[in-house]
Design a protein around this ligand. Sequence first.
Ligand code: NAD
Length: 355
Amino acid sequence: MDDEFLEHNPTVEPHVGYKKVLVTGGAGFIGSNVAEYLLNRGDDVVIVDEMNDYYDVKIKEGNLKLLEEMVEGQEGRLSIYKGDICDEAFMLDVFEKERPEWVCHMAARAGVRPSIQDPYIYIHSNIRGTTNLMELSHKFGVKNFVFASSSSVYGGSSSTYFSEEENVDNPVSPYAASKKACELLSYTYHHLYNLNVSALRFFTVYGPRGRPDMAPFKFIDRVSRGLELQQFGDGSSSRDYTYIADIVDGIVRAVDRPHPYEVFNLGKGNGTSLKEFIDLVQKHVGKKANIKVMPDQPGDVPYTCADVSKAYRLLGYKAKVPFEEGIRRTAAWYKEAYEKERIPVCPETQANGLG
Ligand code: NAD
């Protein structure tokens, strides 16, 4: 069987045709990109987002505005609910009104380092919120529950090439532990109620509309503005960075192909060193970085690289955008958005988040 054949013939046939999809966290980076893709192909989308201030809420408002403009004048294509997924009465009301059969759960408190400072909010929002959604999903007969996990669950694993089938998970931050807890609970819901669940372990996602606390956005922003760039470690650490269009493709493939219970890596499948990353940012921004070398940060994982063979086998997923091309597109987007002042600049004090 050749690659082309497999790509179009994963083990589970996709569900084709119209869907109404609940996208939690739909005002955020990944959720808004998923919502955009689904609306474009003709699905209806229900968004739930609490619009928290983890980063500037104007960015989230901008994301929602883009989506609203896409379906202007088209009744029922997009419903937006602003509220907390942990709020049981609020979420029950959303399910009663909307009756979504497909759930794409992207809402979470994200960020490794801030979770060390404030673990409680991560445990509450991520674990309680996910449990609330799964409880409602089984009660309302949801056909497929797909949710965002994270490569951070691998944590201090001894290997550098992470396989969801072979690695032992060693989460080393409250954020990572909250994601692992959600995976365990989702297995419980599958076991008890036959809820179809796919947990997707994303590997550092970047691209246009990217999170301002994360390294790809921060590096482009700081080099563009001639500000000091903090480089944690000697530059040899290496990560698997996934371009947003590839992650959206993987998410939608998982939504379309319900599996009883699976955990999938979604990454690019190879790593880029921090040094190479900074070199590419300088090249595509067209300015030299003012680098300050800092010690390694607790909770960070020095090397991540996704084994994506399972996602390829079962979903037909394969990342297509090379890292340099992704950085080129992100820098071009930043330049346009920044010059039009559509994006507020990111806080000076936050460290470079990794996922
Ligand atoms: P994001 O912060 O841009 O989006 C998350 C959205 O969820 C935000 O708009 C936020 O307001 C909302 N939210 C948070 N808690 C909520 C709650 N209790 N109720 C309702 N809404 C809530 O983050 P993102 O980068 O788009 O991440 C999306 C998902 O992917 C998250 O689950 C994150 O943990 C996961 N993830 C992201 C990356 C990455 O590289 N961006 C890597 C691994 C995993």
